[in-house]
Design a protein around this ligand. Structure first.
Ligand code: COI
Length: 353
């Protein structure tokens, strides 16, 4: 049985008055406290909540060289009655350890992950914003702390949780370009984990896409560039006719918590949904036949983000106006209300603080 005791040292003053809660953006300001736990000699040490502040690291820190690092992203919401609740923390704790295993890192006790989130949220509850569409984004992460230049798994690690009041990740819908040259991840690699390297690999193609006027990339499989996978900051779903279709999971794409939630809701509401290989040719053909009714991304940061335009091999395919997207709007409306306590939590996804 792991201890979930957490030692608390409070900040002497709060930075909250410096924050403009009406213009938060994403990931730019950080609340007063963070949780820190060190792993050494084969075990996790005492968990501590301390004032948010800089870390001091050695130049030889193995993470800086070989990227043995993982993270999660989850959100807490101000409820209609003024209290605070967090969305599916256990699912994020479990996924964190899936990433840890692939990156040769120690398991982090899931009950301590959830307890850390809860205690941090009680201490920094004032930081959970109440404006429409906002949340407190919670970022647990772990990195290797050995000071060593040989290539092997580190023997020491640091686990932290920081939190950041946030607005929308994307403002409105996105224009997406289908990638048929670069890859973010390939089967057998680390694409299914939340490790920094996956995001580093996506930067160069993403900058190229931005130069062409597209917000994001729709990644395709690394072998044939034939099957769509994910968007990098979100999973992807298409409505073809009356059916929702989303790429099936494999080792090169992330098992998103919002993706899982939409699939569970679709099943709960008897909306036909298929998880399968989905080729870009099938999507283009559906568009040409007029049966591509919707395309949207799902993610914790991105929530449900409509795709307005899909570009493939230099040609833009425009999706129907957002007002016509009944299915994705149904998921979006339910999840938005559920998260702020305005819809019944039928599937028990919210944890009150
Ligand atoms: C999330 O949705 O939490 C993510 O991790 C996406 C991103 C901001 C990297």
């Amino acid at each position: 049985m792991t201890s979930t005791d957490i030692k608390i040292t409070k900040a002497s003053s709060s930075k909250i008055h410096q924050v403009n809660f009406d213009n938060l953006g994403f990931g730019q300001v950080f609340s007063d406290h963070m949780m820190v736990v060190d792993y050494q000699n084969g075990k996790w040490g005492e968990a501590e909540i301390v004032p948010y502040g800089n870390l001091s690291v050695a130049p030889s820190l193995t993470t800086l060289h070989y990227a043995q690092t993982i993270f999660e992203g989850l959100k807490a919401f101000r409820q209609a009655d003024g209290s605070v609740a967090v969305y599916r923390p256990e699912k994020h704790a479990a996924r964190f350890n899936i990433s840890a295993e692939r990156l040769c890192m120690p398991d982090f006790p899931e009950e301590l992950f959830v307890e850390g989130v809860k205690q941090l949220l009680s201490i920094d509850s004032e930081w959970v914003p109440s404006q429409k569409g906002t949340s407190l984004y919670i970022r647990p992460f772990m990195f290797a702390t050995d000071e060593f230049l040989g290539v092997r798994p580190s023997r020491a690690y640091k686990f932290l949780i920081i939190t950041s009041p946030a607005g929308s990740y994307y403002e409105g819908g996105v224009k997406v370009i289908v990638e048929d040259k670069y890859v973010r991840a390939s089967e057998g690699g680390t694409g299914f984990t939340k490790t920094g390297g996956n995001y580093a690999a996506s930067l160069y193609p993403a900058v190229k896409a931005l130069e062409k006027g597209y917000h994001q990339i729709l990644w395709t499989d690394s072998k044939e560039h034939k099957y769509v996978e994910e968007i990098g900051t979100m999973n992807v779903m298409f409505q073809i006719g009356d059916k929702l279709v989303t790429p099936e999971l494999n080792s090169s794409l992330l098992a998103g918590v919002t993706r899982a939630s939409v699939i569970e809701l679709a099943k709960h509401w008897n909306i036909p949904i298929e998880e399968r290989k989905l080729s870009i040719d099938e999507i283009v053909e559906a568009h040409e036949k007029g049966i591509l009714k919707d395309a949207f991304g799902t993610g914790t940061a991105a929530t449900i983000t409509h795709i307005e335009t899909l570009n493939y091999k230099g040609k833009d395919y425009h999706l129907p106006p957002i007002e016509e997207r009944q299915l994705s709007k149904k998921f979006h409306n339910y999840l938005s209300k559920l998260k702020v306590g305005e819809a019944e939590d039928e599937l028990k996804w919210m944890t009150s603080i």
